[in-house]
Design a protein around this ligand. Structure first.
Ligand code: GLU
Length: 329
């Protein structure tokens, strides 16, 4: 599970690359093996990528100050190809650059239908094919009148062609004020701030703190952000109304809260997490199970009618399963 972040707008305090890297840091808890960012500066893609921890990327970014108001970023958990700098996202082809979270399951069949695209691939990843397909759709029609519309229609076309799990963000040098993204499976959340900037991320905690409104994308959604203008396409059809939610950053407790790493924080959070999980089923003042809880009574009924319970798990959950086994017995 990797993370993606995108940003379009301007902030008085931070550059786009700082906003992107701050977002990536908040997504570190999801695990990753490499990272990268791409911004558009004077309508040109500028990419910086690094294998390993985010501080490797930060080190590379130290000597590069971009003048940009739009960018995308990624922490990768390799599924196709080694965790090298070359395989790290963002991936670019022609005028486009993308980040992808997930797996393109029909990657091989798409390539066998379009063998001429093979030579355009420079990495071992499935994701790069998204950039290559996008570039091929964009360059197939040179007679279009409107670059924005052409980029949008090309993304909608590529979205249709993909099977598997994906959250994608895409930029195009010919439409330097536009950010497009779509998802099927992995989460993608759009945040809007008072000053008209938009940010997109795999988790709310990675959005900038001045985010005022949120939109959780559904599967098959595709969005287009043009400067201050946001459009949503659900299953290819433009949405008439968009249900923004108020952002509540007090509820976001995903940062390390003073612990030196996430695992330590999780260990210390266990008593509270168990208590919260039990809350609907257990009356803590009486120290007894809540007899009026429907789900609990259904579960009691179900569990008394079965003869065997099988725990299937691996790693840490295997040990949790062993504890579960003794409780159930
Ligand atoms: N499948 C892609 C890759 O291996 C994306 C993996 C991810 O979600 O980080 O690059």
């Amino acid at each position: 599970m990797c993370g993606i972040v995108g940003y379009i707008g301007s902030s008085e305090e931070k550059s786009v690359s700082e906003i992107l890297v701050t977002g990536l840091k908040k997504l570190e808890y999801r695990g990753y093996d490499s990272s990268g960012i791409a911004v558009l500066e004077d309508s040109k893609v500028k990419r910086v990528r690094a294998a390993g921890k985010l501080n490797h990327l930060e080190k590379k970014l130290e000597d590069q100050k971009f003048k940009s108001e739009i960018g995308i970023a990624h922490t990768r958990w390799a599924t196709h190809g080694l965790p090298t700098e070359n395989n790290a996202h963002p991936h670019s082809c022609g005028s486009t650059v993308i980040v992808h979270n997930g797996i393109i399951e029909n990657f091989r069949s798409l390539l066998s239908q379009r063998p001429e695209l093979h030579s355009k691939l420079k990495t071992e990843t499935d994701s790069e094919l998204i950039a290559v397909l996008l570039d091929s759709v964009l360059s197939a029609d040179n007679n279009h009148k409107d670059e924005e519309e052409h980029f949008l229609q090309s993304c909608l076309k590529v979205q249709q062609a993909l099977e598997g799990a994906f959250a994608v963000l895409a930029l195009n040098e010919k439409t330097p004020d536009t950010l497009i993204g779509w998802k099927f499976g992995p989460p993608l959340i759009v945040g809007k701030s008072k000053n008209g900037s938009f940010a997109v991320a795999s988790d709310v905690c990675a959005l900038p703190e001045d985010t005022e409104q949120l939109l959780y994308l559904n599967d098959h959604d595709l969005f287009q952000i043009k400067k201050n203008e946001f459009s949503l396409f659900a299953k290819g059809k433009k949405a008439e109304t968009i249900q923004w939610e108020k952002a509540n950053f007090q509820q976001m407790e995903m940062d390390k809260k003073g612990y030196s790493h996430y695992m330590l924080k999780e260990v210390h959070e266990q008593p509270r997490a168990v208590r919260e999980a039990l809350m609907p089923f257990f009356d803590f003042s009486k120290r007894e199970f809540n007899s009026t809880n429907d789900e609990l009574s259904k579960f009691k009924e179900l569990i008394s009618s079965v003869s065997d319970v099988l725990f299937v798990a691996c790693g840490t959950s295997f040990y949790a399963g062993l504890i579960g086994q003794s409780y159930f017995e």
